[in-house]
Design a protein around this ligand. Sequence first.
Ligand code: NDP
Length: 452
Amino acid sequence: MAFDYDLFVIGGGSGGVRAGRVAAETGAKVALAEEFRMGGTCVIRGCVPKKLMVFASGFAEAVADASDYGWDIRRGDFDWLRFRETLRAELSRLEGIYRTNLARPGTEIFDTRAAVADPHTVELADGRRVTAKHILVATGGRPFLPPETPGIEHAISSNEVFDLDALPKRMLIVGGGYIACEFACIFNGLGTEVTQFYRGAQILRGFDDEARGHLAEMIRGRGVNLHVGTDVAAIEKRDGGLWVKGSDGSEGLYDVVLYATGRKPNTEGLGLAEAGVRLGRWGQVEVDAYSQTSVPSIFAVGDVTDRVNLTPVAIREGAAFVETVFKGNPVAVDHADIPSAIFTQPEYGAVGLTEEQAREREEIEVYCACFRPMQKAFIGREERVLYKLIVSRATRRILGCHIIAPGAGEMIQMVGVAIKMGATKEDFDRTVAVHPTMSEEIVLMKSPVRTA
Ligand code: NDP
């Protein structure tokens, strides 16, 4: 049977673009449809603009530190609109690069929504139908806001946060995950008065308990008004701002209420279930280790599969799909020991198991260093960094590493390599320290703080 394309990719985010490009480079006839902007969540309204805001928000602290170090320097105000213009130009530049990289090997781009009509047919928004030997669903996810909260229509999500018309003076951030914690620190750094509500007992559920507690303390220490065990009872638009009643009985007035209460896979209206593709409880596409769905010609990668929702993982899944389907070399993505960072201030980098997970599995030793780093202690800052290693007593391998420190995102990448190679505590011990650095502590921790 002849098809219009060898591969039709739905979704121009990290996973879809990588798969489309490398498939086209094998000589396959490829098309890709994207309804919004090329680059997806990561480039357009996620990792990239977020990280640029992290950089922007770090300057207030840099100026304060410089002044305490002896520089004659004074902080002015942050010009949000000027930053926003530069940000928009940068995102357009990056979008252009994505588009060019995709088009160069010959991928045909449809700037429109597409849905699956049957296992080999895609229907475009204008009704046109095209056929493909393989269909790759890479439609990502979207913010979830609890619809039952009264007044939720007044809240924004991370999709809108980069386009605010003014820097809010008072902001409420709801949630305790990656996005909520990162934006709490970003806006706090930019000079906004930030309140954060998290419904559970401690932020960042699923991360190492000791690290969560340490980070919460650091975030509060920097001025974020973090309330745990608190949810929003109601939001009303009133004179002077958005009035929010908390489940703890508190009342507050804010310029912006940002919900960061998780994300849901983008599968609605895609025709997947009708085509026979099995979906999970949250609407995620169920796939095997090779990203194949229950319909053999349809594959899915990235956040839409709700495996590990991180850009580099989606990119690997996209590349592995092409290896498997177009290069005759079946590759399953290894989802173990993926390093990641939360770009709070200070940052939190983590790889491998938490102490709690490791204890469930085997006997462990825990090594910890918590101290005021030299650069900050010199100017009287109280903030402490945390370095933590979880070690198997039986194999001596490092099972997990948790770092809360400025630059932890950069450090954890390197530790991730060592852990992936199976490094033991003794491998760390025989590595000579780089002095004077903060990260030298990672090779200098001599005695466990506890065994379990
Ligand atoms: P997360 O799943 O990390 O966090 C969602 C938060 O919202 C949790 O604290 C959750 O609470 C809370 N929540 C969920 N539902 C409700 C509700 N109905 N009412 C009140 N609170 C609620 O999602 P994020 O949106 O922060 O991030 C999505 C994903 O994006 C992450 O999992 C991550 O994979 C990725 N990401 C990665 C980043 C990075 O690598 N630096 C940065 C940003 C995002 P509870 O814990 O009680 O369930």
